[in-house]
Design a protein around this ligand. Structure first.
Ligand code: PFF
Length: 516
């Protein structure tokens, strides 16, 4: 058997790129990016966002893909292979996606409901009636039912494995997503007079509206949108061999992700400009209101054709969210299979079951069921987890990815030599990282610029949140720190000196299961 045949992973470069792009493209692109752009100075925000993707996002993406590639293993083993003590970061970036699945699936479930509800008779216009959304999410059963469906869909794909599940699903779903996006965007662009007003609001650069907070928002959005610091690229990268080029793949993933966000914004702001121009610049375009209240009303204004547009739009968002949850689920599944030597099917069932149980109080909390009794320090559980993972923990994961590659890989040279980016560059090249002429720039960025920028986001991001939310935001920070400390303790006590597995383990486990 040749080396490539023996490898457990993606069969083709395009399969990998589509899967990774599937992870990146999600609610963040089709909902978060447009409203943040509108609120932070339009094209001024877009320019800063693109700079963040180029200067930071792509650096961390390369670092994480390469971490996985060289280890051919789950994130715990991958980080530990740069330095034994860093294995705890692997554990942390497995726990973070696990927590994200629990609330992201609730939102996926809501979206699923809106897609299936699109064809209600116009006179009932369920989706668009002003009280529908509130009544739906505060119902104690329905949102949970849709969350379950959404999780089952992700679980079925994960059970199929990397090649037979994730790669196959991404190859079908991602082209459909892009097609739906283009159809919806073109339709919205031709809605008539107000479109120009909407686009003007979306894309006219206004640097005075950007400000420091806008720059921070752009940085955070770039991280979230590219799924950085979550073990995703480490895990997906581990399923690739040298035949899949790192530099080219990362460029395509980053371009695709940014393009989808930009086109998503075009569609949404054209429609708002044409049909609800009075909402431009108001709070109605932020948060959940835009997606689940304003857009359904706009679709209803489009008459019976609006039902089709509503279905196409929400189906597209369901696909985007689903491929993101698939990637989140794979990180935990990969680790459970490899560490505990159990079959993929069993690992998936255990993880989906656990996530579903945790998602129930989250759905009740965010929906306000039981008169909004379920809260944590004044936050609903979804917001609390979202803040923990995105504002505090994601930058921590990304920071350690840069440190692992920039500072820990090269053990052969003295500390003094290691400070020199050229030494790092040579060490990385010797270690097998091929990114052509970009290598030297990468070494410098991953060593200095990346970590400093990430620290900057972390510190000012948290400071800003405390200023706007009040001191109870400290609880989000404290819980995050506890999670980091727990990951460290569990890793040092239970995992540091044990076998944490690699991708080939799965092949052996499945072969043994077949023999029995
Ligand atoms: N990148 C996804 C989005 O833009 O919606 C969300 C996401 C997926 C974040 C996976 C983090 C992650 F690990």
């Amino acid at each position: 058997m040749t080396e490539t045949k023996k490898r457990n992973g993606f069969a083709s470069g395009i399969g990998f790129i589509l899967a990774a792009a599937g992870s990146a493209v999600g609610l963040g692109n089709l909902w978060g990016f447009p409203y943040k752009t509108g609120a932070n100075g339009g094209a001024a925000f877009v320019i800063v966002y693109i700079l963040c993707v180029l200067l930071m996002g792509s650096i961390v993406l390369v670092a994480e893909m390469y971490l996985g590639r060289r280890a051919q293993a789950n994130p715990v083993t991958a980080y530990a292979k740069t330095n034994k003590n860093l294995g705890f970061v692997g554990l942390l970036v497995i726990v973070i996606p696990f927590l994200i699945i629990c609330y992201y699936s609730v939102l996926g479930g809501w979206t699923f409901k809106f897609a299936t509800n699109s064809f209600q008779p116009i006179e009932q216009a369920t989706n668009s009636s002003p009280t529908f959304f509130g009544a739906f999410i505060s119902n104690p059963f329905e949102p949970i039912f849709y969350t379950l469906i959404f999780m089952l869909l992700a679980g079925i794909v994960i059970m199929g494995g990397v090649k037979g599940g994730i790669e196959k699903a991404s190859k079908v779903l991602m082209p459909i997503l892009f097609m739906l996006l283009v159809i919806v965007a073109v339709y919205c662009l031709f809605l008539g007079e107000g479109v120009g007003k909407g686009l003007d609001f979306y894309l006219n650069p206004d640097f005075s509206a950007l400000g420091f907070d806008g720059v921070l928002a752009a940085m955070g959005q770039a991280f979230y949108s590219l799924s950085l610091g979550m073990g995703i690229m480490v895990s997906y990268g581990s399923y690739t061999g040298n035949e899949i080029k790192i530099g080219k793949s990362i460029a395509m993933i980053a371009i695709f992700d940014t393009l989808v966000a930009l086109i998503g914004g075009l569609a949404i702001f054209s429609a708002v400009g044409a049909l609800q121009p009075e909402l431009l610049g108001t709070d109605a375009l932020g948060g959940v209101t835009l997606m689940y209240t304003v857009l359904p009303q706009i679709f209803a204004q489009m008459g019976s054709f609006g039902q089709v547009v509503s279905f196409l739009f929400f189906a597209m968002v369901v696909i985007a969210a689903l491929t993101s949850v698939i990637s989140l689920l794979e990180v935990a599944t990969q680790f459970v299979i490899q560490k505990f030597k159990i079959q993929r099917k069993k690992a998936t069932i255990i993880l989906c079951g656990l996530c579903f149980v945790i998602s129930i109080p989250i759905a009740w909390s965010v929906g306000g069921a039981f008169d909004g009794a379920i809260t944590l320090f004044g936050f609903d559980l979804l917001t609390f987890l979202d803040e923990m993972t995105n504002t505090v923990l994601m930058p921590v994961g990304a920071l350690f990815s840069c440190l692992a590659i920039g500072w820990f890989i090269d053990k052969s040279t003295s500390v003094k030599q290691r400070i020199n980016p050229m030494q790092t560059f040579r060490a990385l090249e010797k270690d097998g990282l091929e990114i052509g002429g970009f290598g030297k720039v990468f070494a410098f960025m991953v060593k200095y610029v990346g970590p400093l920028l990430i620290l900057f986001i972390e510190i000012f991001g948290i400071r800003g949140k405390i200023l706007t939310n009040g001191t109870h935001y400290w609880w989000v920070v404290i819980f995050s720190l506890v999670l980091i400390a727990l990951s460290l303790a569990v890793y040092l006590i239970f995992f540091k000196n044990s076998d944490t597995g690699c991708n080939l383990d799965e092949l052996v486990i499945e072969e043994n299961a077949k023999k029995e």
